[in-house]
Design a protein around this ligand. Sequence first.
Ligand SMILES: [Zn+2]
Length: 271
Amino acid sequence: MAEQFIDIGANLAHDSFDDDRDEVLQRAATAGVGPIIITGSSDSSNRRAAELAEAHPGVLYATAGVHPHHASDYSDASDTLIRDLVGKDIVVAVGECGLDYFRNFSPREAQLEAFRRQLEIAAETGLPVFLHQRDAHDDFVEVLEPALGSLSRAVAHCFTGEGESLREYLALGLYIGITGWICDERRGRHLYDIVSIIPDDRLLIETDAPYLLPRTISPQPKTRRNEPAYLLEVARTVAEARGQSVEHIASITSANARRFFGLEAASASAG
Ligand SMILES: [Zn+2]
């Protein structure tokens, strides 16, 4: 049987996919990528992600959450929407949520509040949480650590940090999501060097499409748009960096993703 790769984070609700989403899904299937977890990051993308997952049972799943960039918009209605959506079998995690102090698109106080409220939803529902952190490590750990006891599972998505924060996340019990950042020989070299630290049972892979097109894709598409089919490039680079086979990476990351998101259970109860 051909290898299967699960993309744990693709922003397929993004409007850059509106014109050719079916072709994008077809290329993913041909490449052996699936299921795909669509990242929800705002009220509108949460609705769209869940709609897409409902239209493609067993192939697409969704998360529901508010990205720290949109934390200023986190309202009681956002909170209610997430709670409604996570009641559906095809919505398999809370997030993405967390802190992003890189550009502070939302004030830090709003980010902290939205993050705490989403961790509460994850704790109450028992769903895993899909975490985003950039340039906010200390505050992130300070908010997350006391919540971990009541969370089922958590993944640091798009991990791009250094070895020290990687070890800290692993000690906290987090899963680690690796994107095409690792394929960037300028920005991602350190990631290539430390990715072996991640135990086999905590490693997940993702594209973060349409963002983070792997630099090793050749030729580079004119649009610069990333898509789930390119997950293979992430898997190849992770395999090379860890000294493991691509087959092994496919097998462990798929098993981890199924366990993390409870995919078998979700598709079984969806009938
Ligand atoms: Zn993110």
